[in-house]
Write a protein that binds this ligand. Structure first.
Ligand code: PSU
Ligand code: MN
Length: 310
């Protein structure tokens, strides 16, 4: 039996423009097959949790405006109301685990938002507004992605290009340490920052082969430790965005989100969309290149996991 590899659908419905998104979704499935894995794209179709989609269902995700972003708390609502939904990293992990799938390839994970530390600018840090407010203004946005607690409790290895610097990357890594999620660098010593290959932050261990990654995943299972493993592969060098360009777009997007009062589940999609608008073709090419890279590596790890012995 070929090893299953979960693929996410948020990137198809909300992460990439049409028609690049449907072409990419097909290419990801093709790459997984070439590497000896069985692609299982995860989504919610008409209220049904699915791991493996038909061509028509991939098209629906790529073209319909009627596809929502579903995080963990949205799942029971989506099922009860028969929604179509694209799954985030958290929900893709959860549905993959229910289907017995142990490896999942994605682009970037969610994490601790910078606004959790509320120590710079912004409405919530303005003391006069706090004094004049008729309600208690929170000292922080408390915005931590549901992807992190999912990594702490659901046994799926997630292959990603790290996390975008829209997030507080040191705090995200602290969170993962506290909750026992191993952070593995795939052919890198540093936690990658999505568009950038380096963040200056170390990973727990570097591996250089699918077999080494598979051994860590299997050891965690055998020890009975709950949760997943984060496997981080940097964007291929020729597609990396210059740091100055990426950082300028990130800072501008964050400032706009703050000025417009964007909150809650709208925050990440707003920031991602603005960064794509501000950086144009270069970020689209980087995004596609790192996704294909992660699918290739995830498929190789899934195949290695099928025969790993430790
Ligand atoms: N970060 C990215 N690309 C993405 C996402 C985050 O660089 O596509 C998406 C993923 O689906 C991730 C979700 O699981 O956003 C996190 O959203 P939130 O911060 O609302 O938890
Ligand atoms: Mn959030």
């Amino acid at each position: 039996m070929t090893a299953p590899l979960a693929l996410e659908s948020t990137v198809i419905s909300h992460g990439l423009p049409y028609p690049q998104n449907i072409a990419a979704a097909r290419r990801f499935e093709q790459i997984a097959r070439e590497q000896g894995a069985e692609p299982r794209t995860v989504a919610v179709i008409g209220g049904e949790l699915r791991a493996g989609l038909s061509e028509a269902e991939l098209e629906l995700l790529a073209t319909s405006r009627d596809v929502r972003k579903l995080s963990r708390r949205d799942l029971p609502i989506a099922v009860a109301q028969g929604w179509h939904g694209a799954t985030t990293v958290a929900t893709t992990m959860w549905i993959a685990a229910r289907h017995g799938i142990r490896v999942f390839s994605t682009g970037g994970i969610g994490g601790v938002h910078r606004s959790v530390r509320n120590d710079e600018g912004g409405m919530m840090n303005d003391e006069s507004e706090v004094r004049n407010s008729s309600f208690i203004v929170p000292p922080s946005s408390f915005d931590i992605s549901a992807d992190l607690p999912e990594l702490a409790q659901t046994p799926v290895a997630v292959v990603c290009a790290g996390a975008k610097a829209i997030l507080d990357l040191p705090a995200t890594l602290e969170w993962l340490e506290t909750w026992g999620v191993p952070v593995v660098g795939y052919q890198t010593d540093e936690f990658p920052a999505f568009y950038s290959r380096s963040s200056g932050l170390p990973v727990d261990v570097r591996v250089d082969s699918p077999a080494e990654a598979a051994a860590i995943i299997e050891a965690k299972r055998q020890l009975g430790l709950p949760g997943g493993v984060l496997i981080c592969a940097p964007v291929p060098a020729e597609f990396e965005l210059p740091a100055a360009q990426a950082n300028a777009a990130i800072e501008q997007a964050l400032a706009e989100a703050d000025a417009q009062g964007v909150r809650g589940k709208a925050t990440t999609p707003f920031l991602l969309a603005r960064i794509v608008e501000l950086t144009g073709e270069a970020s689209l090419r980087a995004n596609l290149a790192l996704l294909e890279n992660n699918v290739r590596i995830g498929a190789q790890i899934a195949a290695a996991l099928a025969s790993v012995q430790i």
